[in-house]
Structure formats: structure tokens, C-alpha cells
Design a protein around this ligand. Structure first.
Ligand SMILES: [Zn+2]
Length: 452
């Protein structure tokens, strides 16, 4: 399994801090130079009409920066910029592809990391063999620096930094490329370390129950399990705020001068919007999976949102929902979290069940008004919860009769907690989220189930 440790680091001396700042600043400067060379070619500026972004002479820049950064870090910064350009071209293809609705915002070429006058964004990336992390009583990170920097600060060997806090994943088989940056919002240096965890740390499902999820914008997730539990994660506030930010972005875009695609303010709003969604999604996945684990669930079915959007939603809602939910990203995140618990996630794209009456099976007589689904046969119920129930029955071939009333959860920017409107208190979760136990919990032999 792939996981990430994120932690704060502290230089051990003022000199060490200055050295680190120089290293991050030079990395940002190299990024900017590479990006500039590529942007000139992308924009067909004078003298570069016949060249592609890949014709930029990055070898020359690598040579110029390796004294300060070390050869491996220079290469990593350039490689990361190449990845950003490749991602941009991929998005652009998707944006211009009529049949692909997953990219709705005009993609932009990779941006610059600040500038020399106003200050650069202090940030670098370090190859997996050019740093070491030691976890323990006094956790520390040691990174490679270039010869010129060592000379400048009269330093020998790698630069040592103190790590604050404990890792989520202290035992791993491999480490990946380290991101290291200065976080201006709280004046802290931070690092994120991708690691590969042995499959042995996975938990084993407690039973072989099944859950089905219905996914939407107003209710992010409606879930029914075969033991009769139902969970509803409300998304109205999040969705409204998403729409407000989107509107503000559109307003700012309409004021841009001709030929200008974006501004720092617009980029900041995009980042804010994405961060907010990612945070809520990540917390939702964790909260839901922990509940499902305790319910003894070993398989989760998710209805394919694509079909839903294409057949039942207006184009406008379609685009916005797609964008908001980043459905593929959500299912991947859910599968990734579920994997830690040995729970299998399966996406099933099939006929939409939201309009189906669970009582008489009719799909064309039902009416949906806000969250309520009604049918002339007398049925009335919560539309999304009913949909997850119908979806579950279809996959288990047995009638699901919820024993408990649905538990509603609301997002308060930090956690999902039970809504005051929830008719009934949920059973409290066991404290699996306690950081001191989360790693050692459930270290038993894994099942050979596979996630999506
Ligand atoms: Zn009916």
C-alpha cells in the first residue's frame, strides 16, 4: 500500500535554517527558469516558434544549479516540472474532448513559484536515495545539499533537521521522493514522505457483510449495510460554498484582460476550493470506512456516477457535480482507505436506482421532491437512502430491512459529526483514530482481497 507521512521539520541552528532557505529558494529559482523556457516555447514567442516545450535545454540549467542543489535535486526539480507539463497536456486533451466531461475548467500551464522581487515559494523535492529519516525518540531528517552551499555555510555532510511529532506510518518497506517546503501560513518547514507499507499491516474484516453507497451533491453519501445500518453524509453546505467560490471565480475571470487566462487571486480561489473539498472527502472516507469496518462489512458497492449524470442530470448540474466530487478521485480515496481495513470497494456502473420505488418497483411513476421520493403505490421515503437500499438489494439478492433509523452526519470544516437533526444517536465508534493506536491496531494477516 502507498501512504504518506507528513511532518514539520526544524533546523537545528540559525545557520542551518539559512542554508535550508537557500536550498529551497534555489530550487524555486530553478523551477522558474525551466518553466520560463518551456512557457516561451509553448507560447511560440519570437525565436521559439518551431520548438516544443520539450526542446528547452534543461541540461544547461541542471549544470548551473547542481553546485547549490546537488545533481540529484536539480534533476528532481526539473523532472517534477516535466510532470506538471505532462499533466497539463493531459488535462487539455480531456478539456477539448467533447465526450469527456471530467474537466470543465480551462487548464493552465504550470505556474511560477513566486519571483525574485516579491519572494519565491520556498519548495524543493528530494530523490528517495538523497535523504534519510530516522523515527524514534529524536526523529530526524537528513538531506543532501550541494557543494557550493556547504562551502558557503562551512557545513559538512548532509543537513540534519529535527522532526516534530510522530509519523502515521513508521514502518515501511520503501520511501519515495520527498517534498520539502516552507509553509508561510504558520511559518513552519514541512515535509511529505511517500512510503510503501507492507500488506501485513492491513486489518481483516470482522464479518462478510455488504454495504452500498449512493453518491450525490446534496447528500454526499447515502449508505445502507446488510446489517441494517444507514448513514447519510450531508453535503448541502459544502456544495453551496463550492458554488459560491465557483461564481466568484467566474466573476473574476470575466474581468480579466484579453489574452489573460488567470490571476493569482483566481488561482488562490481554485486552491482553496480544492483543499476544502479534499479535506471533507478524506475525513468522510475515514469516518465511513471505520463505521463499516465495525459493522463487519467486507465489500462496498458504489454506483457509477457517470451513468447517473449522463441520463438524469442537466448538463449544468452534471459539470458542477462532476467537478465538485471528482468522482474518480473520491472512489480511489475510499478504496485506498478501505484497503487498510481489508475492505473491497467495487464500482458498478449500471442503471440508476434513485427513482425506483422499493415497494412496487416502478421507475416512471415516482416523484422526487428535494430529498423525498414518493410513489402512487403509497411509498414515501428519503430518496438517496432508498436508492442505496435498492442498490444493495440488487447486489445481495436479498431484501434489506433497515433496523435502525438513518444516522445523519454534518461537516463542520474539521470533522463529520452527528447532525442535531439525526433521529437517533449512532453507536460511538471505537477509538481507532487515536494516533497512538492507529498504526499498531489490527496488524493481522491480510486477506487476499483486492481493491479497485
Ligand atoms: Zn411504488
Amino acid at each position: 500500500m502507498k501512504r504518506t507521512n507528513t511532518f514539520a521539520v526544524r533546523p537545528l541552528s540559525t545557520k542551518g535554517e539559512q542554508l535550508l532557505r537557500d536550498l529551497l529558494d534555489a530550487s524555486a529559482a530553478l523551477w522558474n527558469e525551466v518553466n520560463y523556457e518551456r512557457l516561451m516555447r509553448y507560447n511560440n514567442e519570437d525565436g521559439f516558434e518551431d520548438e516544443s516545450v520539450w526542446d528547452a535545454d534543461t541540461g544547461r540549467l541542471e549544470g548551473r544549479y547542481k553546485g547549490v542543489l546537488g545533481a540529484s535535486t536539480s534533476q528532481q526539480v526539473i523532472r517534477k516540472n516535466s510532470e506538471a507539463w505532462r499533466a497539463f497536456f493531459r488535462l487539455k486533451d480531456q478539456y477539448h474532448n467533447e465526450s469527456n466531461t471530467s474537466v470543465t475548467d480551462h487548464p493552465e500551464p504550470p505556474g511560477f513559484r513566486g519571483n525574485g522581487d516579491d519572494g519565491r515559494q520556498l519548495k524543493t523535492v528530494i530523490r528517495n536515495t538523497s535523504y534519510t529519516v530516522e523515527w524514534g525518540e529524536r526523529s530526524r531528517l537528513e538531506i543532501l545539499v550541494g557543494r557550493d552551499l556547504k562551502d558557503r555555510y562551512d557545513h559538512t555532510g548532509r543537513l540534519r533537521l529535527e522532526i516534530a511529532g510522530d509519523p502515521n506510518w513508521a514502518d515501511y518497506e520503501k520511501q519515495g521522493r520527498l517534498d520539502l517546503w516552507y509553509d508561510e501560513t504558520d511559518s513552519t518547514f514541512r515535509a511529505s514522505q511517500p512510503v510503501t507499507i507492507s500488506d501485513d499491516v492491513r486489518a481483516t474484516p470482522l464479518a462478510d457483510e455488504t454495504a452500498a453507497l449512493d453518491i450525490g451533491a446534496n447528500n454526499l453519501v447515502a449508505c445502507t449495510t446488510t446489517i441494517g445500518e444507514q448513514y447519510l453524509y450531508e453535503g448541502r453546505d459544502l456544495f453551496n460554498r463550492f458554488r459560491e467560490t465557483t461564481r466568484e471565480i467566474a466573476r473574476l475571470q470575466s474581468k480579466l484582460e484579453d489574452g489573460q487566462y488567470s490571476s493569482e487571486r483566481i488561482r488562490r480561489l481554485y486552491r482553496k476550493r480544492t483543499r476544502r473539498r479534499d479535506h471533507a472527502q478524506e475525513a468522510l472516507c475515514r469516518d465511513l470506512v471505520e463505521r463499516l469496518y465495525e459493522d463487519g462489512v467486507d465489500t462496498v458497492y458504489i454506483g457509477g456516477l457517470t451513468d447517473v449524470l449522463e441520463t438524469h442530470w442537466s448538463v449544468d448540474t452534471n459539470a458542477k457535480t462532476h467537478n465538485f466530487w471528482a468522482f474518480k478521485q473520491f472512489t480511489e480515496r475510499l478504496a485506498c482507505t478501505a484497503e487498510e481495513y481489508g475492505i473491497l470497494v467495487e464500482v458498478r456502473s449500471e442503471a440508476w436506482t434513485s427513482q425506483e420505488c422499493p415497494q412496487c418497483g416502478s421507475t416512471d411513476r415516482t416523484t422526487r421532491h428535494q430529498d423525498t421520493l414518493t410513489c402512487p403505490c403509497g411509498f414515501e421515503g428519503h430518496a438517496d437512502i432508498t436508492a442505496s437500499e435498492t442498490f444493495l438489494e440488487r447486489h445481495t439478492n436479498e431484501a434489506v430491512r433497515p433496523m435502525a433509523r438513518p444516522v445523519r452526519f454534518e461537516w463542520d470544516d474539521h470533522t463529520w459529526s452527528e447532525s442535531p437533526r439525526s433521529p437517533e444517536r449512532a453507536r460511538p465508534k471505537e477509538q481507532r483514530t487515536d494516533p497512538s493506536t492507529v498504526d499498531s491496531d489490527g496488524n493481522v494477516a491480510s486477506e487476499d482481497s483486492q481493491a479497485v
